[in-house]
Design a protein around this ligand. Structure first.
Ligand SMILES: NC(=O)c1ccc[n+]([C@@H]2O[C@H](COP(=O)([O-])OP(=O)(O)OC[C@H]3O[C@@H](n4cnc5c(N)ncnc54)[C@H](OP(=O)(O)O)[C@@H]3O)[C@@H](O)[C@H]2O)c1
Length: 223
């Protein structure tokens, strides 16, 4: 893979995906298919997920979560939101962190023990102040990551929003989203990630780039 830049070098970022459930395994499979090196972790040991990885995400490399983070350039949080504090948060310092998590009431309940800010990603960013948090890929169903991916230029290509307070991190994730097969839309600051959450207009909606941009423009007009 060429054209990716990480830490000033011309190479593709190494991805760590924390959570190898529905979203994590689908993202891992898709990322491997487009050329990324992918490390994956569940809540336990690499051995515990060995067979799952072999069957569901061949080519992914199982790790302990903390080791996956240490080895990666970009860390994708794909665990239940209520499990936030079980993730190796201290290791995320300085990393680009893609928050794919949603506060999903049937699974997470009231996420007791987590001080909720306005949006889930601001909550994540507050828990890992040294990380460059990016909200993305949470507003698309796990099965659609493979079903809806299309080559660049395809008329029916779906768009995926990317929100972050760190432009250089946003740029890496915009490129990741494009490579995964979606039109990547810069949605501005992390606080805009609220528009991607359950119950909001972008959540679960198959939209193109212009439609996503018009949702943010309407929000800005209303403010
Ligand atoms: N399902 C969707 O379509 C969808 C779409 C967009 C976003 N999301 C969001 O993505 C997240 C994951 O959803 P999902 O449907 O993929 O859930 P899931 O199928 O239940 O998988 C959750 C995964 O997280 C792992 N996990 C839990 N604690 C962990 C820890 N401390 N370190 C590493 N891994 C840990 C679990 O591993 P163990 O089995 O070892 O505990 C499991 O592999 C949620 O926040 C959800 O709201 C879901």
């Amino acid at each position: 893979m060429t054209g990716d830049t990480i830490d000033g070098a011309d190479r593709a970022p190494v991805l760590a995906i924390l959570g190898i459930g529905r979203v994590g395994s689908t993202l891992a499979r898709r990322a491997i298919s487009v050329g990324y090196r992918v490390l994956v972790a569940g809540s336990g040991s690499p051995e515990q997920i060995g067979l799952l990885v072999e069957v569901m995400t061949p080519g992914a490399e199982p790790r302990w979560a903390a080791d996956a983070v240490d080895e990666a350039d970009v860390v994708v949080l794909a665990a239940p939101f209520s499990r936030l504090h079980s993730l190796p948060l201290a290791n995320l310092d300085g990393k680009i962190v893609v928050d794919v998590m949603n506060h999903w009431q049937p699974v997470d309940g009231d996420a007791t023990g987590i001080e909720l800010l306005d949006s889930t990603s601001e909550t994540v960013a507050a828990a890992v102040p040294g990380a460059k948090v990016v909200k993305s890929l949470n507003h698309i169903g796990y099965h659609e990551i493979e079903e809806d991916a299309r080559p660049a230029g395809s008329t029916e290509r779906r768009a995926v929003a990317v929100a972050s307070d760190h432009p250089e991190a946003a740029s890496v994730v915009l490129q990741l989203v494009e490579r995964l097969g979606f039109d990547a839309v810069d949605a501005g600051p992390l606080a805009n990630g609220i528009q991607l959450e359950p119950g909001m207009p972008l959540f679960g909606a198959r939209l193109d780039r212009d439609s996503i941009l018009s949702v943010f423009a309407a929000e800005q007009d209303a403010a």
